[in-house]
Design a protein around this ligand. Structure first.
Ligand code: ADP
Ligand code: MG
Length: 560
C-alpha cells in the first residue's frame, strides 16, 4: 500500500493543475495510525464533496472491548464517535478555503436519536473502526490548491482522528455511561414485551422540546410523573430501579384541555421507537418498536389498498378492496395508512386527534340519526378500535381532547392537566355508564395480497438531502407526513431501499410483506451498504420496516 509520504508527493506534483487531476488520488494510503481511503473524488470544486474514509485498527484506537460486546452497545459507541468527529470537524471545516466547497470537512450529524449509521462501522471481533466523511478538495478557481489539501489531510484530519476516533484514558466514564444507557434501554424494550406493556415513560422525563425547530429538551419543563395506578418500577441493569408510567396493551386515551400536553406525550411515544441520547429528556421513554403514528394525509397516492374494513360503497361503485387514487381524501388516506401499518407488522397505533380526519375517526349520534347508515360509506375507527385489539392484538393510544365517544371503548383514560397525567378511567367510565357502547361488528382484515411489479432503471438517479422528500429517477416521494422518520439520513436510506425493492425484490409475485422480510433480512446481514447500487457509501441511517413501507406506499410510480 502506498504511504502518506507518497500521497503528499502526489498532491504536491499536481499543484495549480486542472481540478480533474485530483481524480488520480482515489486510492488507499497508509498513515501512521490509520489508513486513509480516498473513495470518490469530486469532479469540480462546486460538485458534491469528495468521499473519504479512515480505518483505525482496534489495537490503535484502544476502545475497551466491552463497548463492542452487543449490537446496542456498538451502535451507541458508533453514535458517540460520529458526534465526536462532527464536533472536531466543525472546528476546522472551511479553514482551508477556496472556491466552491473547497476546504469543507463534514460528516453525518445525528440528532437526538441513536441510530445505526453508515458514517461509522465498528467490528466486534477486532474493534476496528471505519469512519466515512466528506472533504471538499480545495481549488483556486478551478485549479488545484495542493498546500490547502495537504493542510487538510496532514494537519486537520490526523487531529480529528486522534481526538475523535481514539480512546483517551480520561474518557472511561463517558463511554461506559453510553454503553450502560444502551443496555438499560435494551432492557426496557425487552421488559415491555414480558410485562404486556406497549410503552414506558420514566418519571422525571422531559417530553417537550425547546421549539418547533429545535429537538433539544425544553428548559424548565414540568417533569413527567406517572399516575400511581399506572406506575411500574423496572430494575435496570445499570441504573437500578426506575419508576414510570407503563402503558399496557389495549386502548389508552389521552384526554385533557387544550395546551395541557397531550400531543407532547404522544410525540414522545412516537419517537420512543428509537433510543435517545443521554440528556435528551426522553432517554427512558421507550415504545414498542413496531408502533406507527397514523394520520390523515390528503393528496397522497394509494395503490390498491384493501380499505374495506373502513370504507365501502363509495359513490360510483369504486372497489374498496383494491382502492387506488392519486389524490386521497383525509379519510381514505387515514384508512390507507391504517391498513398499510397492519401490513408492515405494526402492533401499536398512535393517533393524535389534531392530525386526524374526523369522519374517519367518529360519527356522533346526531349525524347517525340524520344520515342513514347505508348512505355513509365510512365505518369509523371508533367502531374498529375494539375489535382491532380483541381480534388482532393491535393496541391504540389516542390523544383526543374533543370527543368523549371513545370512553366506552377505552381500557385506560389518562387526563393531562398542566402537563401531568392523571388516571381518570373510573370517572370516564362512570360518565358513559348506561350509554350504548360504540357499535363494533366483527372485523374482516385485509388479505395483504398486494404484489408490486419490479422496475428497471437505466442509471437511476437518487437525490436526497431533505428529511421530507427524495427523488428517485426524477419522481419525488414526499415523506413529510411520515412523522416517525428521524432524520434525513433515514429518508435517504428509504430511497435506496425503494430502489432495491423495485430492482431486485418486487416481481409481481411477492407480497409487500414478503418483500419487506427479504429486504430486512439483507439489511440485518449486510447493513445498508449491502443494497447500494454504487461503490461509494453516502451517509445513511437505518430505517424501520414501517418507514420503508411508508415510502414505497407513497411512490407514485408503484405498480401493483
Ligand atoms: P395539547 O396537545 O394538549 O393541546 P401540547 O402537547 O401541544 O398540548 O402542548 C402545548 C404546549 O405546552 C407546547 O408548547 C409544549 O411544548 C408545552 N409543554 C408540553 N409539555 C410540557 C411540559 N411537561 N412542561 C412544559 N411545557 C410543556
Ligand atoms: Mg394537541
Amino acid at each position: 500500500m502506498k504511504t502518506a509520504q507518497d500521497l503528499k508527493k502526489a498532491i504536491l506534483s499536481m499543484d495549480h493543475r486542472g481540478y480533474p487531476a485530483y481524480k488520480s488520488l482515489a486510492a488507499d494510503w497508509r498513515f501512521d495510525d490509520y489508513i486513509l481511503h480516498i473513495d470518490h473524488v469530486q469532479g469540480d470544486p462546486f460538485a458534491s464533496p469528495s468521499r473519504l474514509s479512515v480505518s483505525v485498527s482496534g489495537r490503535t484506537s484502544r476502545f475497551p472491548s466491552f463497548l463492542y460486546e452487543t449490537a446496542p452497545r456498538r451502535t451507541a459507541l458508533e453514535d458517540s464517535l460520529v458526534r465526536r468527529f462532527h464536533k472536531q470537524s466543525e472546528k476546522v471545516s472551511f479553514k482551508a478555503g477556496g472556491s466552491g466547497k473547497s476546504g469543507l470537512i463534514g460528516c453525518s450529524r445525528p440528532g437526538q436519536e441513536i441510530l445505526s449509521r453508515t458514517a461509522c462501522r465498528t467490528r466486534k471481533e477486532s474493534g476496528d473502526i471505519l469512519f466515512r466523511f466528506d472533504v471538499g478538495f480545495p481549488a483556486r478557481g478551478r485549479s488545484i490548491d495542493a498546500q490547502a489539501l495537504i493542510r487538510i489531510l496532514f494537519d486537520y484530519l490526523p487531529d480529528i482522528v486522534h481526538t475523535a476516533l481514539m480512546y483517551h484514558d480520561n474518557e472511561a466514564a463517558l463511554f461506559r455511561a453510553a454503553a450502560d444507557l444502551a443496555d438499560d434501554q435494551a432492557y426496557i424494550r425487552a421488559e415491555l414485551l414480558k410485562r404486556g406493556l406497549i410503552a414506558f415513560v420514566a418519571d422525571g422525563s422531559v417530553l417537550p422540546r425547546e421549539s418547533g425547530v429545535s429537538q433539544r429538551p425544553l428548559k424548565n419543563a414540568v417533569a413527567f410523573e406517572s399516575p400511581a395506578s399506572m406506575s411500574v418500577t423496572l430494575d435496570l441493569p445499570h441504573r437500578g430501579p426506575l419508576t414510570g408510567m407503563g402503558i399496557p396493551k389495549g386502548i389508552t386515551l389521552i384526554v385533557g384541555g387544550g395546551y395541557h400536553g397531550k400531543s407532547t406525550l404522544l410525540r414522545a411515544l412516537e419517537l420512543g421507537v428509537y433510543n435517545h441520547i443521554a440528556g435528551d429528556g426522553r432517554e427512558y421513554v421507550i415504545t414498542d418498536e413496531s408502533a406507527v403514528k397514523l394520520r390523515a394525509e390528503d393528496g397522497r397516492c394509494i395503490h390498491g389498498d384493501d380499505i374495506s374494513m373502513f370504507i365501502g360503497n363509495l359513490p360510483g361503485g369504486t372497489d374498496c378492496t383494491r382502492f387506488s387514487t392519486d389524490n386521497a381524501s383525509g379519510s381514505t388516506s387515514q384508512a390507507a395508512a391504517t391498513v398499510e401499518a397492519l401490513e408492515a407488522g405494526s402492533r401499536v397505533f398512535l393517533i393524535d386527534e389534531d392530525t386526524c380526519a374526523t369522519n374517519f375517526m367518529i360519527r356522533d349520534e346526531l349525524m347517525a340519526r340524520v344520515v342513514r347508515r347505508k348512505d355513509e360509506p365510512i365505518t369509523p375507527f371508533l367502531e374498529r378500535i375494539r375489535p382491532l385489539y380483541e381480534e388482532c392484538g393491535i393496541s391504540t393510544v389516542l390523544a383526543a381532547g374533543s370527543s368523549g365517544l371513545f370512553f366506552g371503548a377505552a381500557d385506560h383514560v389518562i387526563q393531562m392537566t398542566c402537563y401531568r397525567p392523571y388516571d381518570i378511567t373510573e370517572a370516564a367510565k362512570e360518565a358513559v355508564r348506561g350509554l350504548p357502547l360504540p357499535e363494533s361488528g366483527s372485523l374482516k382484515l385485509p388479505s395483504f395480497s398486494r404484489r408490486p411489479r419490479g422496475a428497471r432503471f437505466e442509471r437511476a438517479k437518487i437525490r436526497t438531502g431533505d428529511r421530507d422528500e427524495f427523488q428517485l429517477d426524477r419522481e419525488t416521494v414526499f415523506l413529510g407526513q411520515a412523522e416517525q422518520l428521524a432524520d434525513r439520513e433515514q429518508t435517504a436510506a428509504c430511497a435506496y431501499c425503494l430502489l432495491y425493492l423495485l430492482e431486485h425484490v418486487f416481481d409481481g409475485k411477492k407480497t409487500i410483506r414478503e418483500a419487506l422480510d427479504l429486504l430486512l433480512a439483507k439489511l440485518e446481514k449486510e447493513g445498508i451498504e449491502g443494497i447500494l447500487p454504487g461503490r461509494t457509501v453516502p451517509d445513511l441511517a437505518m430505517p424501520r420496516r414501517q418507514e420503508i413501507a411508508a415510502c414505497l406506499n407513497r411512490y407514485r410510480k408503484l405498480h401493483i
